[in-house]
Structures are given as C-alpha cells and as structure tokens.
Design a protein around this ligand. Structure first.
Ligand code: ZN
Length: 177
C-alpha cells in the first residue's frame, strides 16, 4: 500500500514530471490516483483527517493532486482530481493563512496565499477543465501545486511553529498581519 514519504524524500523537493498520454491510457494514472486516494484516507492522526494529497507525497514525482473532503460538513470541499494542473490566474489580493501539511507533520505555519485562483487541469479520464477557486479551496490548490514544483509550505512560511508549542494567539496575530 502506498505510504506518505518523509519530509527529506527527494520527490518532495523536485519538479515533478507531467503525466504523458500513454500514462493516461495505460492504467498507470488510474493506479496512481487509487494509491493516492488510499494514502489520503488512511491518514488519521488524533482524529484529524486530510483533505488533499499530491503524488510526490507518496514518493511519485508526477504532476497529479487530488482533493477529497471526508467530513460531512455543510462547507465541505469539492472532490476533484487535477492532472498536469496549472494556475492561470492569481488574484492580486493575498492573505496570510494558517497552514499545515501531511509531509511536515510536526510543524504549522503562516503562509501568504492569493485569495482566488483560476486553474486548468485534466481529470483522471483525460477530460480537460478549468475552474475558479476561492478561500480554503484556493489555498489548497496553491499548496498542492507547490508540491508539484518541489516546494513545501515551510519554504514559504513567514512564521513557523512546532505543533506542540502552538498557541491560538500566535496564529491569530499572524493571520491578521
Ligand atoms: Zn502538503
């Protein structure tokens, strides 16, 4: 079964390769998506479930991420698979938001992100799509796209905390800056 790789794994620090037309057709992509979905679902630490994963996080240097919210919240996120995604529009407006990552389990940070983005990608069956994203979804799309470029949130963070020493106050202050 596919597992999350540790933070020092080379795939997390490398520009990932595009999925090729052959990989779309041969079943390679559907297997990869299945493995990623399984790794995402198996992640549950202290009752915390994950909502998104990129292929490099299971050690595969390919340009694929998926979002799948397992909560039954009314504000739950859409489920989507993004193959060879690219962000084609960034809002000028940015904000500083709290961020964490499955691949960096011990830390939490404050990261500046664009409030809205538009991205295009292919789904796992090869259908092209384009969509806008705002708020949390926009943040996730930027975080996951970074993974495909070998960038972790700790590389961008304006402030970092160890999870065991984080105080709500610190985060609130950072988010307001
Ligand atoms: Zn991440």
């Amino acid at each position: 079964m596919a597992k999350l790789v540790p933070e020092n794994h080379p795939a997390l620090h490398t520009i990932a390769e595009e999925i090729t037309p052959e990989e779309f057709q041969s079943g390679y992509l559907s297997k990869l998506v299945k493995d990623m979905r399984q790794a995402l679902k198996s992640y549950n630490v202290d009752g915390f479930t994950a909502v998104a994963i990129a292929a490099p996080q299971i050690g595969i240097s390919k340009r694929v991420f998926l979002i799948e919210d397992q909560s039954e919240d009314r504000d739950s996120l859409p489920s989507l698979v993004a193959v060879n995604p690219s962000i084609i529009k960034f809002s000028k407006k940015t904000h500083v938001v709290g961020e964490g990552c499955l691949s960096v389990p011990e830390r939490y940070g404050a990261v500046k992100r664009h409030k809205n983005v538009t991205f295009k990608a292919w789904d796992e069956t090869g259908g092209a799509y384009e969509r806008g994203a705002g708020g949390l979804l926009a943040q996730i799309v930027q975080h996951e796209t970074d993974h495909l470029d070998g960038i972790l949130f700790v590389d961008r963070a304006e402030k970092l905390w160890n999870k065991n020493e984080i105080k709500d106050k610190d985060l609130k202050e950072a988010e307001n800056e």
